[in-house]
Design a protein around this ligand. Sequence first.
Ligand SMILES: *Cc1c(COP(=O)(O)O)cnc(C)c1O
Length: 367
Amino acid sequence: MTKQNHYLLLTPGPLTTTSTVKEAMLTDWCTWDQEYNGLVQQIRSELVALATAQAGDYTSVLMQGSGSFCVESVIGSVIPADGKLAVLVNGAYGARIAQMAGVLNVALNVLDFGETTQADAAQLEALLKQDEAITHVAVVHGETTTGMLNQIREIGEVAKRYGKTYIVDAMSTFGGIEMDVAELQIDFLISSSNKCIQGVPGFGFIIAKRDELEKCKGRARSLSLDLFDQWDTMERQNGKWRFTSPTHVVHAFYQAMQELAAEGGITKRQQRYENNHRLLVEGMERLGFRTLLPSELQSPIITSFYYPDSPAFSFDTFYQRIKQEGFVLYPGKITSAMTFRIGNIGDVHASDIERLLDAIERNRFWS
Ligand SMILES: *Cc1c(COP(=O)(O)O)cnc(C)c1O
């Protein structure tokens, strides 16, 4: 074990990055220098190209902070004072969007599906018929709470049929699952540097339908998180951020984007994640574990497993033992069952999953 990779992060981000991504941070860059701003512009256009084949209709904005800052920037900047947001919730990240709307005084209607049921487009349609004040619809694509994948195509079809602006938190899936925002009719998609693009934490990004973003001038409920103003400055000043940007992180992200392309793009990365996921689930089931979700609801990003049915099992002990073996697992986050999670994203390959399964097999102290 080198010091750099003292353990593998099997978590949904920050995740395990390559050493070349980490090495990209060994240079200091000035935040307003032309060379740096040129790099920002390149990242912005490459992000749009990753998000859609109809790049002309879309633009992108980079925003300082963790992923939640970017979600909050969208919720606080795109819904007008007389607008109303419908949020489909089936986990902690959907609930966080509703919480943000509460803090920001955005009128809100929540559709709650519990923790193990997909968000349902038909129920959204019923809500939109009943509450005509709703102007915007938001949903999480991969609900990292459980690993659940929501049907963003079907939900988008309903949102658009009723003329609503459509917001998708694709934090944990963008770059790891193929999607085209134009086909999916998404107006604002949010993701961050430290998920499937495999960069380090420090900023996030928004892929926006250009004509929708242009409407947002003056709507922001926060100065620092003003999405329109951040975009306007980046557009007019060729990649300049309004306030200090995480220059090292941006450099690492650029390197991560080149490595995504070298891997063969999102298609190939998705295949690697799916293969990791399949090996993980097959191996864990062989060792007696059961998944929380049926496979048809499950994303290849992160998987929830029930605790083994044994009084001798302690997650803390299990976690410490597996960490000693060089892997960091992720605790569960749902209230209805005792679970833990294992992520497949990051610089994680089939051989790593095999080593993990071997480590778990040797550490079954509860059976
Ligand atoms: C990671 C994640 C976020 C953002 O979380 P931060 O801790 O703020 O980076 C938001 N939504 C989903 C679905 C996520 O997986």
